[in-house]
Design a protein around this ligand. Structure first.
Ligand SMILES: Nc1ncnc2c1ncn2[C@@H]1O[C@H](COP(=O)(O)OP(=O)(O)OP(=O)(O)O)[C@@H](O)[C@H]1O
Length: 602
C-alpha cells in the first residue's frame, strides 16, 4: 500500500478514536514498517489482486472521536477503491462531510449507533454504486437528499434521527429493508410503499400520514409539496383561492358521504349479527342472510381482509383457545386491521381485538384446495403440538377465501433480530435458537411426515420470537399443496415427495448460515449460500463468520462445526442432505460442548 494511503488511514483512525490524537490502543494499526494489507491490520480488508483498500470495518470499537470521511474521500487512491465503510455502534460525533460524494465506489455506508449530527450532504445522492445505507440511531437532521436517484439502493435505515421534510418516492420494490421511523418527516407516504413495508417503518413521525400508517391524510395541504406550502404562507394567489374553495367543497361532500355511510354501516352490523346467529356455528357451507349491501360495507371500511371475498357468511372454526382469546368472526371483521406483510403465500394483517389482544390473520392466496381438504389439513396441523411451532388458533374457509388466525408475537422475527437495528445477539443465543428450531422441525417432520405435510417455506422471517425470546416456527404447512408436491391424502410417501423434507432442510441450512454470518440471504445481489461455499473453498473459512461473533471471542471450533452442518444442509443434491432428526442430534452435540466449556470457564 502506498505510504500516502497508509498515512491517511492512520490519521483517520487517530481522528475517529478521539484519544487526543492517539490511535485506539485495541487496534493493531502501527506507524512502523507494517503494511495495512500484508500485515492484515484489524478491520482493513484489501483486494488481494492490487493491494488496494476495499473495506474498513470498525464496528463497536468504542471509537469516540470525529468522523473524518473528508480525509478518506479526498485521497484519490482510497476514494477509488473503498467500497465498504462501516463504523456502527461507536460514539463517533461530527457531521457526514460533503466529500463523501468523492468516494464513488462505496457500496455500503454503515454509520449506525453513533452521535453524528448535521444534515445529510446532498453529495450522498451521487454515490451511484451505493446499495446499503445505514445512518440509524444518530442525531442527524435536515431533509433527505434525493436518494431515489441511486437505482441500486436496497437498504436504507435512518430510524431514530431528527430528519424532516417529505419521503421521496423511492422504488420501494428494490428495498429489502427500509426504515425512517422516529424522525420528523411530514406529508403523505408515497403510495408505492403499499405492500412492501409495514407501519413499523414509518412510526414515530407525528406529521406523516397515509398507508401503511393508520393516520389518514385528511388535511388537503398534506398533498402540497413543501415549496407549495411555503408559497402558500406568503399569501394565496387568485388561482390558489379557487383551488382551495374547490378543496373545501370537496371536503363537505366527503363529510356528507361518510356520515351517510356510517348510518348504513350500523344497519349492516345488525344484519351481520343476525346472519351469524342464523347459522349453527359449525356448518361452514351454510349461508347467512347478510344483505349484499352490507357485505360491500364490511369489506371496504371495516376489515380489509374480507374485501373481495363477499363471503362473510360462514363461521370461524376455532382450533385452540388459549385463555383470554375469545374468537368470533364478527369481532375479527370489526376490529382495526393493519397490513404487516405481503409475501408469496398471501397477505398478513395484525388485528387488535376489542379486549386489546392482538392476533394476526393470514389471508392465503391462490391455493386451489377444496374446503374439505383445507379443513382436514388444519385439523391435522392443530394436533401436532410443539411449544416451538405456532399452531393456528382458528381458520376460516370458503371457496374464495382462506384465512388463518395466529397469536401475535410481539418480539418480531429472527430476520429482524439478525438484520434489523444492531442489537447484541451472542453466540450462545444463536446456537440455542439453532438447536431449538432443529428439534421442533424434526418433531414436526416425524409427526406429519406420513401426511406429506412439511413447512414448505422455511426462512428467518418465519421464525418468530415469543415473549420469552424463544424461537417459534410460524406458518407450518401453510404453503400451497401444489407447492408441497404432495397431498395429505396421497398417503405413502413416494420418492418425489421425499424431497419436500429436504427442501425444509435446505431452508434450515440457510437460516444456520444467516446465524453464523449475520448476512442477508440475498444481499448485494450475492446469494449467501454461494458466497459461503466459495469462501470455504478458498480456505478462508474465518472470513465467513459474523464480525460480532469474532469480537466476542466465540469458540471458532464450534462455529466451524455448525458451519459444517449448515453446508451439509444446503448441499445441491437433496439426497445428500441429512434428515432433520440427524441434524438436531448434531447441533445438540455442539450445544452440549458449548455448555461444558462455559461451566469449565466458570
Ligand atoms: N404471528 C405473528 N406475530 C408477529 N409477527 C408476525 C407473525 N407472523 C408473521 N409475522 C411477521 O410479519 C411479517 C410479514 O409476514 P408474512 O408471512 O406476510 O411475510 P413473509 O414471511 O416474508 O412471506 P411469506 O411467508 O408469505 O413468504 C414478517 O416480518 C413476519 O416475521
Amino acid at each position: 500500500v502506498e505510504d500516502e494511503v497508509k498515512r491517511t488511514l492512520i490519521q483517520f483512525l487517530a481522528q475517529v478514536s478521539g484519544n487526543d490524537g492517539q490511535q485506539n490502543s485495541t487496534l493493531i494499526w502501527r506507524q512502523d514498517s507494517s503494511d495495512p494489507c500484508k500485515d492484515l491490520w484489524q478491520g482493513v480488508y484489501c483486494d488481494p489482486q492490487n493491494m488496494s483498500i476495499k473495506r474498513l470495518l470498525l464496528d463497536r470499537l468504542n471509537l469516540s472521536g470525529n468522523l473524518g470521511v473528508a480525509m478518506l474521500c479526498n485521497l484519490q487512491p482510497l476514494a477509488a477503491s473503498l467500497a465498504f465503510l462501516s463504523l456502527d455502534g461507536n460514539k463517533i460525533s461530527g457531521v457526514i462531510a460533503s466529500e463523501i460524494g468523492n468516494c464513488k465506489q462505496l457500496t455500503h455506508l454503515h454509520l449506525s449507533g453513533n452521535k453524528l449530527t448535521g444534515d445529510i450532504p446532498s453529495s450522498l445522492a451521487m454515490l451511484n454504486n451505493l446499495k446499503s445505507l445505514d445512518i440509524s440511531n444518530n442525531e442527524i437532521s435536515g431533509p433527505l437528499p434525493n436518494l431515489s436517484r441511486i437505482s441500486g439502493l436496497n437498504m436504507f435505515l435512518a430510524q431514530n434521527n431528527h430528519l424532516r421534510g417529505t419521503i421521496p418516492a423511492f422504488d420501494f420494490s428494490n428495498f429489502d429493508q427500509f426504515n425512517v421511523s422516529f424522525n420528523n418527516f411530514s406529508g403523505r407516504i408515497p403510495k408505492n410503499v403499499y405492500g412492501y413495508f409495514s407501519a413499523d417503518s414509518f412510526l414515530g413521525n407525528p406529521e406523516l400520514c397515509g398507508d401503511p400508517l393508520p393516520k389518514n391524510c385528511s388535511d388537503q395541504f398534506m398533498f402540497l409539496s413543501e415549496t407549495q406550502a411555503k408559497e402558500e404562507s406568503k399569501g394565496p394567489s387568485k388561482q390558489q383561492i379557487l383551488m382551495y374553495s374547490g378543496y373545501a367543497a370537496l371536503g363537505v361532500i366527503i363529510v356528507l358521504f361518510v356520515v351517510l355511510k356510517l348510518c348504513r354501516r350500523e344497519k349492516g352490523i345488525e344484519a351481520l349479527k343476525n346472519g351469524i346467529g342464523a347459522t349453527d356455528g359449525g356448518g361452514i357451507e351454510k349461508h347467512s342472510n347478510v344483505s349484499s349491501e352490507y357485505k360491500d360495507e364490511v369489506s371496504r371500511s371495516e376489515f380489509s381482509v374480507a374485501s373481495e371475498s363477499r363471503m362473510v357468511s360462514q363461521s370461524l372454526i376455532v382450533l385452540s383457545r388459549p385463555a383470554a382469546i375469545e374468537l368470533k368472526l364478527e369481532d375479527l371483521l370489526r376490529a382495526p386491521a393493519e397490513l404487516i406483510g405481503r409475501g408469496k403465500n398471501g397477505s398478513l394483517y395484525k388485528v387488535i381485538l376489542d379486549n386489546g389482544i392482538m392476533v394476526v390473520v393470514k389471508r392465503i392466496k391462490d391455493w386451489t384446495i377444496s374446503s374439505q381438504d383445507f379443513k382436514q389439513r388444519m385439523q391435522i396441523l392443530s394436533q401436532a403440538k410443539d411449544p416451538h411451532v405456532l399452531s393456528p388458533l382458528a381458520f376460516y374457509c370458503s371457496k374464495q377465501e382462506k384465512l388463518l388466525v395466529y397469536e401475535y408475537q410481539q418480539n418480531g422475527s429472527l430476520f429482524k433480530l439478525l438484520h434489523g437495528t444492531p442489537k447484541t445477539f451472542d453466540w450462545t443465543s444463536r446456537l440455542g435458537i439453532a438447536a431449538t428450531i432443529a428439534e421442533a422441525l424434526s418433531f414436526m417432520h416425524q409427526e406429519l411426515g406420513h401426511h406429506g405435510i412439511v413447512h414448505g417455506n422455511l426462512k428467518s422471517s418465519n421464525i418468530l420470537l415469543n415473549k420469552n425470546m424463544e424461537p417459534c416456527i410460524s406458518e407450518y404447512g401453510v404453503m400451497g399443496m401444489d407447492d408441497q408436491r404432495g397431498s395429505i391424502f396421497a398417503s405413502p410417501i413416494d420418492a418425489g415427495a421425499l424431497d419436500i423434507f429436504k427442501e425444509d432442510v435446505y431452508g434450515f441450512g440457510v437460516i444456520l448460515l444467516e446465524l453464523l454470518t449475520g448476512k442477508l440471504v440475498k444481499g448485494n445481489g450475492i446469494d449467501l449460500t454461494d458466497w459461503v461455499q466459495s469462501v470455504v473453498r478458498e480456505e478462508w473459512t474465518g472470513e465467513v463468520f459474523d464480525k460480532s461473533l469474532i469480537s466476542e471471542y466465540a469458540s471458532e471450533e464450534r462455529m466451524v462445526n455448525l458451519l459444517q452442518v449448515a453446508i451439509r444442509c444446503v448441499n445441491r443434491s437433496p439426497q445428500a442432505r441429512p434428515g432433520m432428526n440427524q441434524i438436531a442430534l448434531m447441533i445438540n452435540t455442539i450445544k452440549e460442548d458449548e455448555e461444558k466449556s462455559l461451566i469449565y470457564e466458570l
